[in-house]
Design a protein around this ligand. Structure first.
Ligand SMILES: [Zn+2]
Length: 219
């Protein structure tokens, strides 16, 4: 069910040319295996057949989990906020109930899969992360460069994020009450419920959360 292409790769260490199979689209029964590989950083690993040099081979990937109604399109370093792909939209007849996300790095890809696979609302999680980020900037008095969802515990009633702070981009974990996510979920349901009905893959990230928070505050 998955789409593959063969590419010639030149090893950056020994310059050996080799043919490598690249998975550009993941679908159906292949999803569980690929999910494991993406989350464990195995998916983009490449090893030179001659000198055994290992590196990450980053390439576009369309991750399609129809069982959980979401698709994530990873395009390395894309600056786009939305991507409308008519081929994909026509291939899958009814995408109105499917969450379509665009991500530009592997950390974002992993975060989206972890959240949407558990049916967690990623828009609400971005808003919650945005709120926690501002607390971190105040308490740690450091600039936050980026942050990702880490884990959520219903039993302990907590949600944790991993931020990268300061000039050294040091990892900084912040845990907060699950209430912050629940409150964000209410905001999303009230103000941003139509976001997923538009066509195209959209970027739901830190920038989106900042803008969404601004819109929410102005109402
Ligand atoms: Zn090599």
């Amino acid at each position: 069910m998955s789409e593959k292409i063969v590419k010639t790769i030149i090893c950056p260490k020994c310059s050996e040319k080799s043919e490598t199979e690249i998975i550009c689209s993941v679908n159906g029964k292949d999803v569980p295996d690929m999910k494991k590989d993406v989350l464990s950083d195995k998916f983009f690993k490449w090893k030179c057949p001659r000198c055994r040099f290992e590196t990450q081979l980053l390439h576009p990937l369309l991750y399609n989990d129809m069982e959980n109604d979401f698709m994530v399109y990873y395009i390395p370093n894309t600056k786009r906020r939305i991507l409308v792909d008519e081929k994909i939209e026509s291939e899958f007849a009814d995408l109105s109930d499917v969450k379509k996300r665009l991500v530009s790095n592997v950390s974002e890809l992993k975060e989206k899969i972890a959240l949407l696979d558990e049916n967690t609302n990623d828009m609400a999680m971005e808003l919650a992360k945005h709120a926690v980020e501002r607390i971190v900037e105040k308490t740690a008095n450091k600039t936050v460069y980026e942050g990702y969802f880490l884990e959520m515990s219903q039993e302990e009633n907590t949600v944790s994020f991993q931020f990268f702070v300061g000039t050294e981009k040091r990892p900084y974990i912040q845990t907060t009450r699950l209430e912050v996510y629940r409150r964000s979920l209410e905001i999303v349901r009230q103000y941003f419920s139509d976001t997923d009905s538009q066509s195209g893959f959209i970027k739901i990230d830190r920038e989106w959360a900042k803008e969404a928070f601004r819109i929410y505050k102005s109402r």
